[in-house]
Design a protein around this ligand. Structure first.
Ligand code: F6P
Length: 360
């Protein structure tokens, strides 16, 4: 049966969104189906003028292009997560309007590309009767039901490059250098970049830290003639008994914005050790630019799998990467929470085995 597939990108942008849009469109077109780009996130489904059938020309350059040509939003009435990840049920009239919007556009199935928030919305739409397939996107790598999300590899590459660059300046000046990276409540970016970039200290939300432990590491290094220390701190890292550091006051219908822990750590360490400390907040650089080769391939595999699921009538699922294979999971499982770094994982054990301090 001929299908018209709507493609929506939701939540924060990240490298690879366009590569998925390209893969879904190409795979759909090859089956003789149409792919409709929905502009401006889920809001676009309520406005036919914000939806456009994508043609081959629209796909030019999309494999390598950062961001999303469809636009996206991580706030507003379609937010399914607020505060510190609390799930919000979308109002029934909004779900009804969205269903009517899809019907008016002739959309037979939606591909929703996004992180835990977007996948939670996708699940609510599916339960409301709109056939949906999810594609897990986020630099945070924290979506349940998949071992990796696209965008993560690109963010880790960016953070690793930053650590490489900061290394030489920290060494030249004999400083403590703190790199604050994103990741929300999960320490995947910090842990992987810390390992790849040779950090001496990795601070992640999953392991509350103590300043004394970090100071001991700084002193041990000094005793061995290493007069500088490289620290990578996840934005969600927290001192024992302390609170998450947020960068702005809580806004309605959006998740809390984390940020500022890096500067706090640098200031405290300078006070405690007497050694100069600096902090660099990597911020949205991690989300910008072209996806890495690994992410481009993953996006293409995810996009084509999403179309295959629709062809097989297996909606209500999210494509996922498990045990080296592209597979799928019920959407229900993806949106329920987030996947954090297990403190007994090989990743943490490996870092500890080479002497990395987690501040505990
Ligand atoms: O979820 C992706 C992410 O980049 C987080 O790592 C970060 O906390 C948040 O989004 C930042 O969101 P915003 O784009 O609203 O600043």
């Amino acid at each position: 049966m001929t299908q018209k597939i709507g493609i929506v990108t939701g939540g924060g942008d990240c490298p690879g969104l366009n590569a998925v849009i390209r893969a879904v469109t190409k795979a759909a077109n090859l089956r003789g189906w149409d792919a409709v780009g929905v502009f401006g996130g889920f809001e676009g489904l309520l406005n036919p003028e914000r939806c456009k059938t994508l043609c081959t020309r629209d796909l030019d350059g999309l494999l390598t292009r950062g961001g999303t040509v469809l636009g996206t939003a991580n706030r507003g009435r379609f937010s399914a997560k607020t505060g510190h990840g609390e799930i919000r049920a979308l109002p029934k009239d909004l779900l009804d309007d969205t269903q009517a919007g899809c019907a008016a556009l002739g959309i037979s199935a939606l591909v929703c590309i996004g992180g835990d928030g977007t996948l939670t919305i996708a699940n609510q739409l599916h339960k409301h009767g709109i056939p949906v397939v999810g594609v897990p996107k986020t630099i945070d790598n924290d979506v349940l039901g998949t071992e990796t999300t696209f965008g993560f590899d690109s963010a880790v590459s960016c953070a690793t490059d930053a650590l490489d660059r900061l290394h030489s300046t920290a060494e030249s000046h004999g400083r403590i250098m703190v790199l604050e990276v994103m990741g929300r409540y999960a320490g995947w970016i910090a842990a992987y970049a810390g390992l790849s970039g040779g950090a001496d200290v990795i601070l992640i939300p999953e392991i509350p830290f103590q300043y004394e432990s970090i100071c001991r590491k700084v002193k041990d290094r000094a005793a061995r003639g290493r007069n500088f220390t490289m620290i990578v701190a996840a934005e969600g890292a927290c001192p024992c008994g302390g609170e998450l550091v947020t960068s702005t006051a809580q806004e309605a219908n959006r998740e809390a914005r984390l940020g500022g822990v890096g500067n706090m750590i640098a200031a405290e360490l300078q006070k405690l050790t007497g050694q100069e400390a600096r902090c660099v907040v990597l911020g949205h650089l991690q989300r910008g630019g072209s996806p890495t080769a690994i992410d481009r391939a993953l996006c293409t595999m995810f996009g084509t799998k999403a179309v295959e699921l629709i062809a097989d009538g297996r909606t209500g699922r999210m494509v996922s990467f498990i045990g080296g294979r592209i597979t799928s999971m019920p959407l229900e499982e993806a949106g329920g929470g987030i996947r954090t770094v297990p403190t007994d994982s090989g990743l943490v054990k490996t870092a500890r085995a080479i002497g990395v301090c987690f501040g505990d």
